[in-house]
Design a binder for this molecule. Structure first.
Ligand code: PEP
Ligand code: MG
Length: 869
């Protein structure tokens, strides 16, 4: 190592005379973002550039507007006069030295004509940047004020470490590289080559600008590149700046000059609706939404049943009409920025999944389009514009919408049909991000369904309904719900079932292409959505709807009687509820009890957590509405797919495996304590039982049991509160015998038990058909749980969606489950189903199905033994 470089300190005097400009304020991101290294700006008042230190002229721009000097210590100092002055092509600049010359501090290097530069460049502000900032750091810099060329100290540098200096001095210094390229692509500089070109320079220390006529755009901005309007045959200029400028410009040129193998001409995303094929195959199991879509008959989409039934009605787009974000932010700019980041990241993840599934199917063109959407989504032009608006106090949604619309307007000025399609893509991204920001949500305030005029028999369509959307639905007008995404055990699906509204999930993005107001048929039980039905189809659907209504009516007539199998084995059929209204519906429908009160809804629509007294009042009202029937109240189970506005929990990389259920008490014990205190105060003492969600082992149960007992004593209770455990985590099922020693009962949550056993996200639409609770692995865990409970004489219920599945009922009963807790509207049909069973046969067959190899096999066996109505 050259000893001169060790512990080197370099003092630089101002090379120009004028006021100091902090680097961050230099009006060119190339400099202000430090791409050329750390440094400082000067707004020159005199047209003379002098050497800031003794050194060698490493590089003198051909056009005379910039010079790089290397000091004896190895520091490389770039002085760049004005902004975009390369454009002047030497006009107004007179270099006074040659490249390679040795110079002394204060020697004149370049003379320039201030007037010419001021008139022809965007700014005169000049930059002094340390090109090898990895080797030299700035330890002092001139503050605000005026500096004099050759006199005032501007920067003091210190070598970081010798090795870095050695390495850096051998590098090529600043370069500005230009290259012209004539576009041979059909379509010119369209989105895919633009995206590829951008990828080609990622990670290089250089900035590339593309110029076409008067327009220019940074290579990072695909939207900006499209806005150049450079069509086939256009000659564009690439201008590279930075240490690796040559490499970057060559890489971009290479991408723009090649047509990717297998590349197809661009297809607008709107045309991605499924190719109409022949009739749909019988089984929709184990297929992705896209596979189902491809296999659907013309005019239909296939989805997954989330709530059974048949409906005919008019399609109403829930999301489109609701995408009006408030202009002003309700949070700080930092909070709004975070919201935007989160929404953009969520959409990016969705798009990534779409790219993957399309690629797996070999649909390269389609994958390319989704990939391009990802590129647009992270376009700095959009993100920066949105952030600027957010910093002015606008909401994240408003800022995003405006940023997108500004770019759509730019594209609109270019006369090119392909670019008009890109505008459609941007609009799609606008909506997706706004949806993700939850501007469709009823919880957001005045946007709820209750406030919206809905036609009679409205079939509401959305990407995915949130539980809070559905909580405010006008149930008298909504005849069905259809979603592009979502899973059959998601909370939106559960709420739809509770409301008795037929619902289909996982219909895929093609749902968004269907026209508002179209007459549609939802045959939820068959997983079919017909968006172009003929008169005969509508007639048939109405007849089927009527038949089902007849069966329902017959079931209702006996629903208030207890249910037992034909050979006298009693099965309690209880209801899953979430509100006081549901409690009344449960009673109306003949529920023997409430098997699960999900208390989350009571937490969702609020500004703050309920107080102890508010809890008590809510549960008291429910106990009274149940008129002597018992209720199992589950403590708060937020987290994962259940979000609560006022609970700002730290973001988790994997919320389904994070702080949810009773684990929330680890960070917010107050929430659970207040709820438990409210619960133990309800009268009469036996009216309620407490159920604990997401228990994984005995320690958690024992700890909470003690707490509940202490609160009960505090409240002056004379009896013990019955406490049960949700079996919804495989560990809990496997340890059921240990849990049953301390619990009064077990309640199997098959929704989560399925999710965690099969490692399939319950909200992932592409897995909706596979995440089946009748999988033999899940049934074996049910069998283990029942066995464990039996050892201690405890009873077991099922409160997951499986309890309401007619094909599951005989098997659950056969495995020894004695309570089925289902949506209130399903109580009559499940009671009717139980009454048709023979317990001895159920027991035998249930053991047999444990040996089967797939959920489909189990379903087939159940259907063969106990045909559906
Ligand atoms: C379950 O997991 O099956 C259950 C009943 O709980 P939730 O659906 O509320 O998560
Ligand atoms: Mg659960």
């Amino acid at each position: 190592m050259n000893p001169e470089h060790a512990a080197a300190r370099v003092e630089l005097v101002a090379p120009l005379t004028g006021p100091v400009v902090p680097l961050a304020s230099v009006p060119d991101p190339v400099f202000s973002e430090g791409l050329f290294g750390d440094g400082i700006g000067v707004d020159p008042l005199v047209g003379r550039l002098v050497a800031p230190c003794d050194g060698t002229v490493m590089h003198l721009a051909r056009t005379g507007h910039a010079v790089t000097l290397q000091s004896a210590e190895g520091a490389q100092i770039l002085v760049h006069i004005g902004i975009d002055t390369v454009e002047l092509n030497g006009k107004g600049f007179t270099p006074q030295v040659e490249q390679g010359a040795q110079v002394r501090r204060g020697d004149l290097l370049i003379e320039f004509d201030l007037d010419i530069v001021a008139c022809h460049a965007p700014s005169l502000v000049s930059v002094i940047a340390i090109a090898n900032s990895d080797a030299f750091e700035v330890v002092e810099r001139a503050g605000a004020g005026h500096v004099r060329a050759g006199e005032t100290t501007l920067l003091v540098l210190r070598a970081r470490d010798g090795a870095a200096v050695e390495a850096s001095v051998t590098n090529v210094v600043m370069e500005e590289v230009r290259r012209t390229v004539t576009l041979a692509h059909a379509g010119g500089l369209h989105a895919r080559p633009a995206a590829r070109a951008r990828e080609a320079v990622r990670g290089l220390e250089a900035r590339v600008e593309v110029r076409y006529g008067e327009r220019k755009a940074a290579i990072e901005s695909v939207v900006g590149l499209l806005g150049l309007g450079a069509g086939e045959g256009a000659t564009i200029e690439l201008v590279g700046m930075g240490r690796e400028a040559q490499k970057a410009v060559d890489a971009v040129a290479g991408e723009l000059l090649r047509e990717a193998p297998g590349e197809v001409s661009e297809t607008p995303a709107r045309e991605l609706s499924p190719a109409p094929l022949a009739a749909a195959p019988a089984a929709a199991n184990a297929q992705t939404a896209q596979q189902r879509a491809q296999q659907s008959a013309p005019g239909t989409l296939m989805g997954v049943c989330a709530a059974p039934g048949v409906a005919v009605g008019k399609l109403v787009r829930w999301d489109d009409a609701e995408l009006t974000p408030p202009e002003l932010a309700s949070g700080t700019p930092a909070a709004e920025s975070r919201l935007l980041d989160k929404a953009v990241a969520a959409i990016d993840a969705e798009l990534e999944a779409s790219v993957r599934t399309a690629s797996q199917r070999g649909a390269i063109g389609e994958a390319g389009i989704f990939q391009m959407h990802r590129v647009l989504l992270e376009d700095p032009t959009l993100i920066d514009a949105a952030r600027d608006l957010i910093s002015l106090g606008k909401s994240a949604g408003f800022a995003w919408r405006e940023a997108i619309r500004a770019q759509i307007a730019v594209l609109g000025k270019v006369d090119d049909p392909l670019l008009a399609e890109r505008a459609a893509d941007l609009r799609d991204l606008e909506k997706r991000v706004l949806r993700s920001l939850a501007y469709t949500s009823g919880a957001a305030g005045a946007n709820g369904a209750a406030q919206r005029e809905l036609p009679d028999e409205a079939v509401l369509a959305a990407d995915e309904f949130t539980p809070s959307d559905l909580a405010t639905l006008d149930r008298t007008r909504v005849t069905a719900l259809v979603m592009a995404r979502g899973g059959a055990t998601s909370h939106a699906a559960i709420i739809a079932r509770q409301a008795g509204i037929p619902a289909l999930v996982a219909l895929g993005d093609a749902l968004h292409q269907i026209e508002e107001g179209a007459q549609v048929i939802v045959d939820a039980s068959a997983g079919r959505f017909a968006f172009a039905p003929g008169a005969a189809d509508i007639e048939r659907a109405r007849t089927e709807k009527q038949r089902l209504a007849g069966v329902r009516e017959a079931n209702r007539r006996t629903s208030h009687e207890a249910a037992a199998t034909r050979d006298g084995h009693a099965v309690e059929v209880a209801a899953n509820i979430a509100t006081l209204d549901d409690a009344r519906t449960a009673v109306d429908n003949g529920a023997d009890a409430v098997g699960l009160l999900r208390t989350e809804l009571m937490f969702i629509h609020r500004q703050a957590a309920p107080t102890v007294e508010e809890h008590r009042q809510s549960y008291q009202a429910i106990a009274e509405a149940l008129a002597g029937r018992t209720a199992i109240i589950r403590t708060l189970d937020v987290g994962a797919d259940k979000e609560v506005d006022y609970l700002t929990l730290p973001p988790e990389p994997n919320p389904a495996l994070g702080l949810r259920g009773i684990r929330l008490a680890q960070v917010r014990p107050d929430l659970l304590d207040d709820q438990l205190r409210g619960l133990v105060a309800v009268k009469p003492e036996g009216a309620l039982r407490i159920l604990l969600p997401m228990v994984t082992d005995v320690g958690e149960l024992v700890h909470l049991r003690e707490r509940i007992d202490a609160f009960a004593r505090e409240a002056g209770r004379s009896t013990r509160v019955e406490v049960g455990v949700m079996i919804e985590v495989p560990s809990a099922a496997l340890l059921a015998d240990q849990l049953a020693r301390h619990a009064d009962f077990l309640s199997i949550g098959t929704n989560d038990l399925t999710q965690y056993t099969l490692a399939m996200d319950r909200c992932q639409p592409d897995l909706a058909a596979q995440a089946d609770g009748l999988h033999p692995a899940v049934l074996r865990l049910v069998a283990i749980a029942v066995e464990g409970a039996r050892k201690h004489g405890k009873w077991v219920g099922v409160c997951g969606a499986l309890a309401g599945d007619p094909l599951a009922v005989p098997l659950l009963v056969g495995l020894g489950v004695t309570e089925l807790s289902v949506d209130p509207v399903s109580v009559p049909s499940i009671k009717a189903r139980v009454r048709k069973l023979d317990y001895a046969l159920c027991r035998d067959r249930a053991q047999d199905v444990l040996m089967l190899e797939s959920a489909q096999d189990v379903r087939a066996a159940s259907r063969a033994n106990w045909p559906l109505d």
